[in-house]
Design a protein around this ligand. Structure first.
Ligand SMILES: NC(=O)c1ccc[n+]([C@@H]2O[C@H](COP(=O)([O-])OP(=O)(O)OC[C@H]3O[C@@H](n4cnc5c(N)ncnc54)[C@H](OP(=O)(O)O)[C@@H]3O)[C@@H](O)[C@H]2O)c1
Length: 267
């Protein structure tokens, strides 16, 4: 099994994933190395968690079995050019970079090593990510599954399904934020204090999500159960149906999948 993890990019996602790893005791802080272009960021994380700060890319690669790539996609090519000389055949690369294919990553490093692509979401920050992973190597895939289970749930998919997962769960928190935003805005504009309006929207989302997670029936059945005949919920849902909310939302998701494909082609 891999023993040490090296994080490249101590930003929002990378540090959240590693916080989950530490909290879930998936790896001890002494087995984690962190490198960031902005040294102060890596230093802060290292000081907070007891992980090691790598002062250079070479040091990170030397100490780590698994390299977790968590910088922005636009910074990847430069990083690969700088670090390809340090990549060993026994390294494993785990990448959360949106839109960069396995083939593109291997091409940039010019070496054949196991690669796992992962698409987590912002839920990782609170240990509630939904992460889709794909890869061909069984050992690294099992490791990645364990790693991401520290910050939420994990699903194994094929690489051609990853764009779909990006559109649904990768981008997903934004759709739910938007719905909360609409509920909050309506309540506030109708006269509720903004703070109360926000609480109504957010706490309702939490309750609905927890109910859906614990239920042994689908969200569709839950919705039907709370929609009494001729009631207020039915009145609202009727308008959504009439105005073809479902169709509009499917169009939005189709646009997101298409955008992922286009970004991947240009990468
Ligand atoms: N946020 C999401 O919901 C989400 C969901 C799924 C996947 N992702 C993926 O997660 C990745 C990270 O996103 P994020 O929101 O965590 O970004 P972020 O907070 O900007 O973190 C990226 C960090 O990497 C650093 N960095 C850039 N180039 C580097 C290099 N060559 N070597 C070392 N460190 C470098 C950045 O420094 P500078 O600030 O100086 O550039 C920054 O500290 C992205 O690739 C994104 O596609 C994000």
């Amino acid at each position: 099994m891999y023993r040490t993890i090296g994080l490249v990019g101590a930003g929002n996602m990378g540090t959240s994933i590693l916080q989950g790893v530490l909290k879930g005791r998936i790896a001890a802080s002494g087995r984690i190395w962190v490198y960031d272009k902005i040294a102060a960021r890596a230093k802060l994380f290292a000081r907070k968690t007891g992980a090691h700060q790598a002062s250079s890319v070479g040091e990170l690669f030397r100490h780590s079995d698994v390299i977790l790539l968590a910088m922005k996609p636009q910074d990847f090519q430069e990083f690969a050019a700088e670090s390809r000389g340090f990549l060993r055949k026994d390294h494993c690369l785990i990448t959360i970079l949106a839109g960069l294919s396995t083939a593109g990553i291997l091409r940039a490093f010019g070496k054949k090593v196991p690669v796992v692509r992962a698409m987590p979401n912002l839920g990782a920050v609170v240990g509630e990510s939904m992460t889709a992973i794909c890869g061909r190597d069984r050992r690294s895939l099992s490791y990645a599954e364990k790693l991401f289970s520290g910050c939420g749930k994990v699903a194994r998919l094929s690489e051609d399904q990853l764009d779909l997962a990006t559109a649904v769960s990768g981008n997903g928190p934004a759709y739910f934020f938007h719905l909360m935003e609409l509920l909050e805005d309506f309540a506030a504009k109708q006269g509720l204090p903004r703070k109360v309006a926000t609480e109504l929207a957010v706490q309702t989302a939490i309750g609905a999500a927890l109910l859906a997670r614990g239920a042994d029936v689908s969200p569709a059945v839950l919705r039907q159960r709370v929609t009494s005949k001729k009631g207020a919920t039915e009145a609202a849902l009727k308008v959504l149906k009439k105005k073809k909310f479902g169709r509009i939302f499917r169009q939005a998701l189709t646009a997101a999948v298409a955008r992922c494909r286009a970004l991947r082609k240009n990468a």
